[in-house]
Design a protein around this ligand. Structure first.
Ligand SMILES: C[S@@+](CC[C@H](N)C(=O)[O-])C[C@H]1O[C@@H](n2cnc3c(N)ncnc32)[C@H](O)[C@@H]1O
Length: 410
């Protein structure tokens, strides 16, 4: 069954006929029907959706597999698609109608119970994030307008605009492309996790799909999941699912390897997330959680603090305070029997010869730190750019230390 999500975070649903013999008569649900002999689930989905609506869907992503417990007890694979289908494109050939409904509308509508559960448990974070993004004015590069201080723990660690697209993440990835000696954190992590072709992998907080790209090239069957609609769009070449690490929409024991690279520090309840990472891991499987250590970004930190030029202001890294190589082990220890912190022999350092790369990195964290400063983050970015240019001109490069490692958990 396909759930159609609109760009502004609502659902384009199918109104079922109210006729005898129909499961969940008069309820709202997605589009689709049963798998026929010889068809895969994906083939059945595209055929059924085209038969019912006249629309060909090519980018459906798996949301969750669930049981229609109140209906015929069958296992239903629920898929979703974002932004590709408008109501006026639908030439409805089956059912009573279509309608676009917000998450809040669903409280007062009859919805097939398994569909309601799937939306509430697995699609709600995506719908909320899309609705929020649709209401916000464009924040400009890297969220320039310095949004107001975030109040609740979830947004403090994961400001709403930070991952609306992969622009901020890509700016930070650009810095680490310039390493000497080269250190490939993705290859290192996949080796630690012992990822091979026959291994079922879940990449939690998959972002723009850097790990998924490498695994796809190696023929590994990996599924990615992320809370951000923008990130899911950037990783849509792969099998990706909208999900919160604190409530993973997968059966227990479903994966041989679970990865959580550079993401747990964004999660409000990290102990709950660790229990979820453990739950979906098969017996004998391993989970690898990548994080940064206290030495990460040392020289860049000093550059930013000098640029802020405000007595006593420190680049207090809220993410490292939440989860780092120093404090992460304890947070994982409740969920796993064994947790080992592993550091690479040489985590590399970025040797940067273009001040724009440094400025881009600093701009990408505007929404974490800009609200601390009455004069705004743009001025800090400009001062960082000037000072980095001066150092590059004088010394040939600006060097940024990396301190990255991982917890191997089983
Ligand atoms: C720093 S990026 C890392 C992306 C990728 N793992 C990598 O290393 O390139 C953090 C990612 O975690 C995602 N994220 C944050 N909180 C999450 C949560 N509670 N559940 C799932 N993903 C989450 C963000 O949307 C973002 O894509």
């Amino acid at each position: 069954m396909l759930l159609v999500v609109t760009d502004d975070g609502r659902l384009l649903l199918h109104h079922r006929d109210d006729k005898p013999g129909i499961a969940h008569p008069g309820c709202w649900a997605g589009f689709g029907g049963a798998v026929e002999d010889g068809e895969s689930v994906e083939e059945a989905l595209s055929r059924e959706v085209e038969e019912e609506t006249g629309v060909v869907v090519t980018d459906a992503r798996l949301l969750v597999e669930t049981v229609d417990a109140e209906g015929d007890g069958r296992l239903v694979s629920l898929y979703y698609t974002v932004g590709g289908i408008r109501p006026d494109q639908i030439d409805l050939r089956e059912g009573a109608g279509v309608g676009v409904h917000s998450l809040a509308d669903l409280d007062t509508l009859p919805v097939s119970p398994f569909v309601r559960r799937a939306i509430t448990d697995h699609l709600a974070p995506l719908l909320t994030a899309l609705a929020r993004t649709a209401c916000e004015p464009d924040a400009g590069p890297a969220g320039r307008r310095n949004p107001p201080a975030a109040a609740d723990p979830l947004t403090a660690a994961n400001p709403p605009g930070q991952y609306a697209t992969d622009r901020n993440l890509a700016a930070r990835q650009r810095l680490w492309e310039r390493q000497e000696p080269a250190f490939d954190v993705v290859a290192w992590t996949l080796r630690l996790a012992e990822v091979g072709a026959a291994v079922r992998v879940l990449d939690v907080g998959c972002g723009n799909g850097r790990y998924l790209d490498v695994m796809a090239a190696a023929g590994v069957a990996a599924v990615g999941c992320d809370l951000s609609a923008g990130m899911l769009r950037s990783a849509s070449a792969h099998r990706v699912v909208a999900a919160d690490a604190m409530a993973l929409p997968f059966a227990s024991g479903r994966f041989d390897v679970v990865l959580a690279p550079h993401m747990l520090y964004h999660v409000a309840d990290r102990r709950a997330a660790a229990r979820e990472l453990r739950r979906v891991l098969a017996p004998g499987g391993r989970c690898v959680v990548v994080a940064n250590g206290a030495g990460h970004l040392g020289s860049l930190r000093a550059l930013v603090e000098a640029a802020v030029d405000q007595p006593g202001w420190k680049w207090a890294d809220r993410l490292a305070a939440a989860f780092s190589l120093e404090n992460g082990g304890d947070q994982l220890a409740d969920a796993f029997d064994q947790v080992a912190c592993v550091r690479p022999a040489n985590p590399g350092r970025a040797v940067v010869t273009d001040a724009e790369v440094i400025a881009g990195y600093v701009a990408s964290v505007a929404d974490h730190y800009g609200q601390d400063l009455p004069r705004g983050w743009d001025r800090v970015v400009d001062a960082v750019r000037s000072e980095a240019s001066r150092v590059i001109e004088a010394c040939g490069s600006f060097v940024v230390e990396g301190d990255v490692g991982a917890f191997v958990c089983s």
